[in-house]
Structure formats: C-alpha cells, structure tokens
Design a protein around this ligand. Structure first.
Ligand code: KIV
Length: 271
C-alpha cells in the first residue's frame, strides 16, 4: 500500500519513506484558511506558506518586502484549515541571513505563533550555521537552492540557474552541505533537469522541484500560477490546471449584470 494513502498526518519521516519507496511528493503553496482546507481535503502532502505571498497576495514585485508578522498571519490561517498535510513556512528575507541567533528566534516565533511543522530557508553553505542552530530547537528545516528569489538583487534576473559547470558543481556541493547540516528536504528551483536528477540521487533527503524536471522526488507549484489566477506569469515549467482568472471575472460580471438588472435578489433570495 502506498505510504501517502495510509498516513493520517504527513511528517518529515513520511516524506523520507516516500522517497525510499519511489513515491512522488506533491506540494503546493497556500496562504489562507479556506484554500488550505481544500488543499488538505484534496490529499496534498505539503502546503508551503511561501514568501511568494509577497507577490501573489500582497502585489509586491519581489519576495523581499514581506515581514515575519505577515508570514505568521498567513501561516496561522493555513494551519487552522489543515488536518493531514505538513505545513512548511518560509522564513522571510532579513530574518535569518547572516545571524543564526536571529534565525533561531524567527523560526521559534513561526512555530509558536502558527502551529506549523517546519520552516524553509534559501541558501547553501552560507546559512549552515543558521540551519544547525534552528535544528537545536527541534525545528525541521527545508532547504532551497537554485533560483532563490530572496537574492534577486544579487543575480539580477529570474533566468535558469546553474547551467554553467562551475555553478552546477557548487549547487551539488551545497545540497550535500545542507543535507549534512540537517535539512529534511530540499527545494530546487529553475535548474536543468539533469542536474536536479543528479542532486536527488546524491542526497538521501527528498528533493522537491519547481522548474527542475521530473527526476526529483516531488514537485511544487505556486497555487495562484497553477490555478491560472495570474495569467501574466507563464514560465515554461508552469502547467496551468485551470483559468480561474477568467472564471472569477465571468462570475463577477454575471453578478454585476444581475444587480444592475434587478434580477438579484429574487423572491427566493429574500426574507
Ligand atoms: O515562496 C514560494 O512560493 C517558494 C516556492 C516557489 C518553492 O519558495
């Protein structure tokens, strides 16, 4: 029997078992209670309260402006809607880089104030001290390598990462380093598929890809992108499962027309 079919609650250990058995892990972002309930009922394994909330919920151009308080608000809302999935929360920009004490304090706030099960951090060898310190408090850490949107001003673009040999070698080393530091899983964003496959084979922990091809242990997408809420964003790796933008627009236009024509509310829709 598949691991994901029998578990009542997804834990980091369950994900590890899924990798061992070759079962793919399905992860999506979520930022609020109502959607989290639907994702959880659908059987998603991991809900990532991503700092992409900065883009898709708050309308900022980058993930940099979102605050720890904002992330805690989103994450606590998600946790209230979830019974089974593992909820992982991004540590936002400026709350962990270069200061492992601050990293631990930020992670503790997330765990205490939201009830989530793990945190995610972007970066390789440069954040190992923070990863290790957070783990001393018993907080599981998910890593994130490749395209790391919190460093957008360092790289200047959102193009595919690690295409050159030198960067690919460094990424592979970083994956091994953060695995050794204790990460329970690693997200690989927008890197060549072959490289992602090599990393997934080299580490024992599950590797979840976004724009990283099929040879990894699971996939993640930003919910708003896969549901087609945001039609302007269409990178090659994105598969759109719906066109919610047009569906919502159509429903709202019907409502406006009904109000204007006095069709709504009708006799049954009043007291
Ligand atoms: O913030 C986010 O949504 C993410 C995913 C793209 C992995 O980090």
């Amino acid at each position: 029997m598949s691991v994901h079919k029998v578990v009542k609650k997804v834990t980091t250990h369950v994900l590890y078992e899924m990798k061992l058995k070759g079962e793919k892990i399905a992860m999506l972002t979520g930022y609020d209670y109502s959607i989290a309930r639907i994702l959880d009922e659908s059987g998603i394994d991991i809900i990532l309260v991503g700092d992409s909330a900065s883009n898709v919920m708050a309308g900022f151009e980058t993930t940099l402006p979102i605050t720890l308080d904002n992330m805690i608000y989103h994450a606590a809302s998600v946790v209230r809607g979830v019974k089974r999935a593992l909820v992982v929360v991004d540590l936002p920009f400026g709350t962990y880089q270069g200061n492992s004490r601050e990293a631990l304090a930020s992670a503790i706030r997330i765990m205490k104030e939201t009830g989530a099960s793990a945190v995610k951090m972007e970066g390789g060898r440069e954040i190992t001290e923070s990863i290790e310190r957070i783990l001393t408090a018993g907080i599981p850490v998910m890593g994130h390598l490749g395209l790391t949107p919190q460093s957008i001003h360092k790289f200047g673009t959102y193009v595919v990462r690690a295409k050159e040999e030198e960067e690919a070698r460094k990424l592979k080393e970083d994956a091994l380093i953060i695995e050794k530091a204790g990460c329970f899983a690693i997200v690989l964003e927008k890197i060549p598929a072959a490289l992602a496959g090599e990393v997934a084979e080299a580490v024992k922990v599950p590797v979840i890809g976004i724009g990283a091809g099929p040879q990894v242990d699971g996939q993640v997408l930003v919910l708003h992108d896969m549901l087609g809420l945001n039609l302007e964003f269409s990178p090659r790796f994105l598969r759109r499962y719906h066109n919610l933008h047009d569906e919502i627009k159509g429903a709202v236009q019907n409502y406006i027309a009904d109000v204007r024509s006095r069709d709504f509310p009708n006799e049954k829709e009043q007291y």
